[in-house]
Design a protein around this ligand. Sequence first.
Ligand SMILES: [Zn+2]
Length: 153
Amino acid sequence: MHDIAISDAEWEVMRVVWAQDSTTSSEIVDVLSEKMSWKAPTIKTLIGRLVKKNMLRTQKDGKRFIYRATIEEQEAINHTMEMLLSQICSRRVVYTVEQMIEMSELSVGDIEKLEETLAKKKQTAPLEIKCNCVPGQCTCHKYNNKRKEGVEK
Ligand SMILES: [Zn+2]
């Protein structure tokens, strides 16, 4: 299992590696010095960190090093999403997903795909989502308590 606690800057490096399958530090420097206007030593530091974090695997090829990702791009994205969703009350997830859709540029085909996913999801969806938070970390409990108090009075 990967602990994908990587910074935004490290993510930029990973994107280059994911796009190339296997790459060298000079290829990474080429892409990122252009896009981010970072200096080579900065980029090499980032590469070094990613190797330390076990996100990149190195292999010596003559005088140069070849870099490969130890995790696939989609897997890393999914993990990041899971992390985000685990920080949100399950009853609030819908607002986050809604916001994401609002913020995304989507084609007609993309929207049809989402509609299909929703239709499928609807077949097994519960009528109500239960809060999964620890009391004190979200407002659901407050409202529930107030409602209970109201009934008792
Ligand atoms: Zn909650």
